[in-house]
Design a protein around this ligand. Sequence first.
Ligand code: NAD
Ligand code: UDP
Length: 321
Amino acid sequence: MTSRGPTEKKRVLVTGGAGFLGSHLCERLLADGHAVLCVDDFSTGQERNIAHLQHRPDFRWLRHDVTQPMDAEVDCIYNLACPASPVHYQADPVKTLRTSVLGAMNLLELARRQGAVILQTSTSEVYGDPSVHPQPESYWGHVNPIGVRSCYDEGKRCAETLFFDYRRQHGVRTKVARLFNTYGPRMRPDDGRVVSNFIVQALQGTDLTVYGNGTQTRSFCYVDDLVEALVRLMATPDDVAGPVNVGNPGEFTILELAERVLALTGSSARIVHRPLPGDDPRQRQPDITLARAVLGGWEPTIDLDAGLRRTIAFFQQTGGA
Ligand code: NAD
Ligand code: UDP
């Protein structure tokens, strides 16, 4: 990887900035010398995620729902506002759709007025339950439009469409990253996603709940590698619009993940099986050929065991609460 050079100070808006990924991104942008405005409705984000940034003169935050229009003087926008855990995005599916679609429109309008560059955090969910493996950006996906995951998958697909139409129709400088499963410190203990569930269960000595037979696969990216990729994508020339897959190509079954978490925590908790949720994708692995090419040799650097150790340490320090 190339080393970080000096960067010109920018006014950066991060929506969803009080969430898991957003708070790490805010931290990184401040460290790079930018002025950061964090916008969040705190529906799944938490004030404690940004508490350590509040004394920083270049950091401001605003409670705002992105389904409503907003104004701000900004040079760059990272749009992360959207619940990401299936448990959370399925709790109020209509709100999830409104957040993805109206949120994208409102922020694209802001980018248009400001002449700002805007980056969308899309998702591997646009590939649905993929019949092509690993998934390259050229694959159009296999998505159920009417299932329980559709509010998230189709909302994100529609947001991608808006990004490309605002680019073609209005000349907005847009970028789309497709994020694969990402984990790390500041996931909520009640988040419902697999990494936080297994770690909290292992530390509490309660059963690890593997949904289905556990042979479904995911590829897990540590948060620092992900943030590095987003920052690099934002810095690419205007003709780099994506979509660009961002994730760690290491692929594991959910059963393997459970066994690793048990080994790394030294927990004697048991593995139990629970019903597989509707439309659960059977396999996921990013093809990151494009990311390597356009993001200056970017490559994930933190393997699953190293990332799990850091995440376990976080949950041990915070008591999993
Ligand atoms: P998260 O739930 O921790 O963060 C989402 C943030 O958006 C929260 O702070 C929440 O309060 C805020 N938010 C939700 N609706 C909002 C609204 N209407 N207005 C303003 N703020 C709102 O989840 P995360 O894992 O940090 O995900 C961040 C982004 O990355 C999401 O857009 C998600 O779809 C995308 N993503 C994440 C992953 C992953 O594995 N973590 C994978 C693919 C895509
Ligand atoms: N999963 C599981 N046990 C849990 C939570 C999730 O076995 O306690 C499974 C889930 O069914 C899916 C995988 O782990 O196959 C990843 O789930 P997650 O909710 O983290 O993300 P997504 O399904 O959106 O990739």
